[in-house]
Design a protein around this ligand. Structure first.
Ligand code: GLP
Length: 248
């Protein structure tokens, strides 16, 4: 039985997600937590930051990272995950640099960076909680349709729409390679707990396929049907196509 939570409003979605993350930290102050960037979690990070400011909780032993990171662009680009997570959450929670493990965005050897990143996670005992956004084409992290389920951390091509946006925002030449270092599907599946987040009508069709379609590499997020401890958190708009399949 899949663990699906559908919220009535966007605000309820943001607050429930905030408490999933805060609850993880409170129950295990040494948690290793993988975040995700994008529009979906932005408000949640604001809420967590506000709660922390009012009622500080112990974050001194928490490790944060993001599920993916852009490659071949400087960290100063505002779309880099390092910068987004620092600005949106890690600074507010006073997470020191050594507890914010992010691969570099520039390197002459990304295969080594992938291995190092994966090792850094393993050295900290693996991932306690992984937050995952849902790509409109079914991607999770940057793992595009067709990514083998056996993949470990690797550099994946981006989805075309996202790549076009990054090129527009950065002005990099069309022939300059862009991609993203991402946890692989197997790495993601080893997380002890996952919360998949999907908000808005643009995710509705994919949410239905992810939850009730076949488990297939053509839709990377569908693999989460097989995870023993994954919660699918959807707002009403993202859940519009599955209303009759979800018990109240
Ligand atoms: C990008 C990121 C993903 C994110 C996804 C959804 O592709 N690499 O990690 O989950 O976008 O973003 P949004 O929440 O803006 O829809």
């Amino acid at each position: 039985m899949l663990n699906i939570t559908v919220t009535r409003t966007e605000d309820e979605f943001d607050r429930i997600m905030a408490w999933r993350i805060i609850g993880q930290i409170l129950s295990n102050p040494k948690s290793v937590i993988g975040l995700s960037t994008g529009k979906t979690p932005a408000k949640t990070y604001q809420i967590i930051s506000e709660i922390y400011k009012l009622y500080p909780f112990d974050t001194s032993a928490v490790t944060l990272f993001n599920v993916d990171e852009l490659t071949n662009l400087p960290r100063s680009y505002s779309g880099c995950c390092y910068t987004m997570i620092r600005n949106e959450l890690a600074d507010a929670l006073e997470i020191p640099e050594e507890h914010f493990i992010m691969p570099p965005t520039l390197s002459d050897d990304f295969e080594r960076e992938c291995r190092d990143f994966q090792k850094a996670l393993e050295d900290r005992g693996g991932i306690d909680l992984q937050i995952l956004g849902l790509g409109a084409n079914g991607h999770i992290g940057i793992n595009q349709p067709g990514t083998p389920f056996a993949s470990e951390t690797w550099v994946s091509p981006m989805d075309e729409i996202f790549e076009a946006r990054v090129r527009r925002e950065t002005g990099v030449a069309d022939d300059y390679p862009l991609g993203g270092l991402t946890l692989g599907i197997r790495t993601i599946m080893h997380a002890r707990k996952i919360v998949l987040i999907a908000k808005g009508g643009s995710k509705a069709e994919m949410a239905e396929k992810m939850l009730f379609g076949p488990v297939t590499e053509a839709i990377p997020a569908s693999v989460l049907q097989l995870h023993p401890n994954c919660e699918f958190l959807l707002d009403a708009d993202a859940a519009v196509k599955i209303r009759d399949k979800v018990s109240k």
